[in-house]
Structures are given as structure tokens and as C-alpha cells.
Design a protein around this ligand. Sequence first.
Ligand SMILES: NC(=O)c1ccc[n+]([C@@H]2O[C@H](COP(=O)([O-])OP(=O)(O)OC[C@H]3O[C@@H](n4cnc5c(N)ncnc54)[C@H](O)[C@@H]3O)[C@@H](O)[C@H]2O)c1
Length: 439
Amino acid sequence: MNTTRRTFLKTSTAAVLGFPAILRGANLNSNLQIAAVGCNGKGMSDISEIGSHARAKYVGFCDVDSTRFAKADQKFPDVPHFSDFREMFTKLGDKFDAVSVSTPDHMHAPVALDAMRRGKHVYCQKPLTHTVWEARQMRLQARKSKVVTQMGNQIHSHEAYRTAVRLVRNGVIGKIKEVHSWQSNPGNKYTGLTALPTPGPVPETLNWDLWVGASTMVDYAPDVYHPFKWRDWQHFGNGTMGDFGCHILDPVFTALELTAPTSLEAENEGLNPYTWPAAETIRYVFPGTQWTLGGTIPLTWYDGGRLPDAALAQMPADKKLPGSGSLLIGEGGTLIIPHVAMPQVYPQDKFANFEMQKVEGSSHYHAWVDAALGGPRTTDDFDYAGPLTEVVELGNVATRFPGVKLEWDAPGLRFSNHAEASKALTKVYRDGWQIAAVG
Ligand SMILES: NC(=O)c1ccc[n+]([C@@H]2O[C@H](COP(=O)([O-])OP(=O)(O)OC[C@H]3O[C@@H](n4cnc5c(N)ncnc54)[C@H](O)[C@@H]3O)[C@@H](O)[C@H]2O)c1
């Protein structure tokens, strides 16, 4: 082990233990050298936001579609291009410290696990992974590699979510009895397709084999998967729950310090082998915490236009529930956390004179760069984001078994009452893309 590597392990261990780490040996007083995987769509905003840190320096841009580099190049010229992240990682070798992963969901774990195994810090988009098993591996690998991580649900650091967390923690509505969270967008809204589409020629600028990567190979079809519309497809995305769960459940998870659910049950408008359901409800039960009332706390997720009963919110008659967000019902009132706006507390007469103290937001992106350079620990690292993503992905497993109450054995990574559902915690990887479990 060379000096750089030894210094790195020492400083990263300090960061994991909660001490501000001494700056990494190789980069003392220098920049964080970053490689980006996925360079347009959310990738462009990640590149832009992370790159606005004075000590962030891009050393590699990777995208499987050569038309998708232009915006990143305009902002950060002369960064070398790659189409295969494995080749980029190997070629850059010691010349990069960190990776931001902004690919479609099915490639988060293959890219991020490879990066962490090479000792690189990782900023990875939400949901952290495509399956429950992958979420567990990401958490274990981050710990094992002792790297600095952050999931890309940037609203975690927004003043609205931070204020909501503070309100719960200050006991403004007392201990929490139940939670309802929703996103009213219909699932499968981008394609509306329920069968595999008619194939079309692959554009010369796109490497379709690399785009499909670890997932099951399907024929390319124009305007159906790439870009953006992959969300609706089970092979590549995670539906509405995956798209929004890690955002909307985040302030609830943080405020209540939720852990793994003990059980969950879903029902939906019907599932086909390809796309996610148009509407669903998932009922979770979590162990109670110091912020909740009683031994357990129920949390219900709704999407596709389904909503909780608005009467539960105790709002005035002229108010409506926001299109997406969470409703926390406490002993002494209700809290609405819209996605994304400042929280509201009800009933109005009780809270007429209540002055909400805003908690300031900060850059979620810069927090990761700072932590990788030895600053304070990130608040959304994979120790936090792994279990949150497991909750979200568990919902998608339950969706495949509607009407069945699944008993979750978190330490065993299995459902204690359902062997078939336990198999759906992972997936079959394409040859050459299998992921080794973290040993
Ligand atoms: N945090 C947020 O608010 C937010 C918002 C939107 C999307 N997202 C997340 O960001 C990710 C990307 O979503 P999007 O909407 O930008 O998708 P997109 O399809 O528009 O963009 C993905 C980019 O990655 C590239 N890509 C695909 N596979 C690749 C691979 N194997 N290697 C390198 N590049 C590859 C694509 O060519 C494309 O440029 C998803 O995980 C999504 O859930 C997060």
C-alpha cells in the first residue's frame, strides 16, 4: 500500500467516525478530481452544481450517447470523453478521487460499486439503486471502502425539508401517530405502453449495449426508453415510487428516525411484465421511535392520483392537499410537508399565532465535495440513503405481490413469510455484468 492509499484510509476512517478528516494526502490543499457518469438531464445539473464548488475539478465525462456531452463541454471545456465508465475508471486510475453517477436507475449500482471498490467517493442519484439487494450492497461497500458518499436527493438539504424535520423534533404537533405520503402523478405516464414497443434503428451516436448495461437486453425503440422515459419500465426504472419516494419520504425518514419496516402490503391497478402500475397504495408498518406514539407507526404511500383522506389533515375547507408530499398526524395537530414548499401546521385556530422558524438550507452538492476534502460528514450518506432506498424498493417488490402482507426480516434480507417475494429483492444480471456481493 503506498503512502497516498494509507493516508486516504486513515483520513476516511476519521470521517466515518465523525471526526473532520485531515485532508487526503494526494490532494492536500488541492482539488477534488471528479469523473461524471451520465452527462445530460439530471447529470448536467449535477455536473453544474458540483462543479460550482471552487475546489471541484472534472477530469472525465462519460456518456453512452455522444450527443449528450455538449452542455457539459460548454460549461467545463476540455474534459476527456468516454462512453464506457469501466474504461474511464481504468484509464484515469489514480487521477480521479470521486464520481458522480447520474445514469438511469438500473446502472447506479454497477457504476457506484465499481467506483467505491476502487476507493472513490460517490455522489449517486436517487433512488440509490434498482433493487433492495443493491441498496444493501451500496451501504456495505461504502462502509467497507470508507469513502464519502451522498445520495442525490438534494431537497434533503433544502430549507423546506429541514424546517419540517425541526418542527417534528420540536414536538410542535406532539408525537406522531401515522403518516401518509403521496405523489399524484400517474405511473407509466411517459409511454402509456404495456407491451414491448416496436423496435427501431439505434442512432449512430448511441451505444445501446452500454445503455442497457446490467439489465435484460431489449431492442432499442425510439422515444420509449432513452432519454428520460426509461422510468416507466421495470427493467430500467422504478416507476413513480422510485422516482419520488426517496424525495418525499426523506423528511419523514429523517425526522422520525425510521429504520426498516416490519411489514408492508401493496395494492394497485394491475401490473404487466414491463411497466410499473398506473396507480398504487403501499401500506408500511415501522417500529415506533422516540418521535412516534406507540410501538409501531403506520406509513401509507399513494400514487397515480390516489390521495389520503383530506379530512385527516384538519385543514380549513378552502385548502387542498398539495399534489405531492406527506401528512403527519400527531397527538396535537397535523403537519403537511409539500414536495417542495414550506411545511404547514393545522388546525388553523390552534396554530393561528404560530411563528415558523425557518431552518436554512445549504448546497447538498457542495456538502459532498467538502466532506471528501475532509470537511464535516454528509447527512445523506449511504448509511442513511441505503436503508431509505430499501424502503422505496421494498414498496416496488410488494407491488409485484398485491394483496399480500409481506413480513420483512431486514437483517436476513428476506421476507420471513414469502420465498417468491424474497427472490424479487434482486434481479438477473446480464452476462458480464453480475455484481459480487460485498464480502
Ligand atoms: N434528484 C433529482 O431531483 C432528480 C431529478 C431527475 C432525475 N433524477 C435521477 O437522475 C438519474 C438520471 O435521470 P435523467 O432524468 O437525467 O435521465 P436521462 O435519461 O435524461 O439522462 C441519463 C443520462 O445518462 C446517460 N447514460 C445512460 N446510461 C449510461 C451509462 N451506462 N453510462 C454513462 N452514461 C449513461 C444517458 O445518455 C443520459 O445522458 C436517475 O436516476 C433519476 O432518478 C434525479
